[in-house]
Design a protein around this ligand. Structure first.
Ligand code: XIL
Length: 297
């Protein structure tokens, strides 16, 4: 196959990119997006601040444009994200306790219901674990509503959109470490108790090295009975960029339950990072990393 999406599809996987509705009017950009990718995710426009800017006042217009673009071009959609400690609307940042719990669950229900049937996988909860050696939950206004906030969110999402795969998504989980093990223990507990979880997303915002146990870490989650996905891949520009992209791709392909890879943007010009971490340069040219991924798929 000669494109990322078609190459990934040979093994039943998707290859996606994060995008923004305003970028869809750039024809050089959409030429690459539509040619190479068969999945998209909203880089920002499905976040809480974006689609519930005032309490119970929803604005789905940008997200809807992305979903329509996906549908028109035969792409699947990852939903990102229902609940997260960051990029909350100001009105929610100012809330706590039972009141916050109630508006958070209402947010899950309303957003997942709006997109019912149109989302392949939802990042129901994003980045709820702490960095470092504790393996514990991150402190946040949501966490302070009670440790069961994550399972409450997954149950609400399942009720609202029974057809979507429901994912937990996080970063710094690229190898077997305290943080990934904390998440592993949560997923194992959820599976044992019947909390509805289908997948774990590994953001994979990477620097100049890759954990040697990256694939083994994906595999141990898959062995719990969930799918795994690479959800926000980008890799620092440098001598190792192409080889790290290749190793991540090979790791996913080696894990049967690794169902897809998403890069966090199409070209370097639009990356949230300043170290040129994507597969296309600012002029839309394929980088060596692109070729290494295509050949590995
Ligand atoms: C980032 C976006 O790329 C930026 O445009 C925005 O300013 C901040 O958020 N982990 C995530 C993503 O789950 O939502 C973040 O996206 C990058 C880190």
């Amino acid at each position: 196959a000669s494109t990322l999406g078609a190459a990934a599809a040979q093994s039943g996987r998707y290859f996606g990119a994060a995008t923004n509705s305003f970028q869809l009017s750039n024809s050089a950009y959409t030429t690459i997006l539509n040619r190479e990718f068969n999945s998209i995710v909203a880089e920002n426009e499905m976040k809480w601040y974006a689609n519930e800017p005032q309490q119970n006042v929803f604005n789905f217009s940008a997200g809807d444009r992305l979903v329509a673009h996906a549908r028109a071009n035969g792409m699947s959609v990852r939903g990102h994200t229902l609940l997260w400690h960051a990029q909350q609307p100001g009105w929610a940042q100012n809330m706590s306790g039972t009141a916050l719990r109630n508006v958070a669950i209402n947010h899950v229900t309303q957003v997942a219901s709006h997109y019912r049937g149109q989302i392949h996988s939802w990042d129901v909860v994003n980045e709820a674990f702490a960095d470092g050696g504790s393996g514990a939950r991150r402190d946040s206004n949501l966490q302070r509503t009670g440790n069961d906030w994550i399972e409450a969110a997954f149950r609400a999402a399942r009720a609202a959109d029974p057809g979507a795969k429901l994912c937990y998504n996080d970063y710094n989980t690229d190898g077997i470490n305290a943080k990934s093990t904390g998440i592993y223990n949560m997923v194992r507990d959820f599976k044992q108790r019947g909390v509805p979880i289908d997948c774990v997303g590994f953001q994979s915002h990477l620097g100049t090295t890759l954990a040697s146990d990256y694939q083994a870490n994906l595999q141990r989650f898959a062995d719990l009975g969930v799918d795994v996905q690479i959800t926000e891949l980008d890799v620092a520009q440098g001598a190792n960029q192409a080889s790290i992209y290749e190793r991540v791709t090979r790791a996913c392909l080696a894990v049967t339950r690794c169902t897809g890879i998403t890069v966090w943007g199409v070209w370097d010009a639009a990356s949230w990072r300043d170290d040129n971490p994507l597969l296309f340069d600012g002029n839309g040219n394929k980088k060596p990393a692109y070729t290494s991924v295509l050949n590995a798929l």
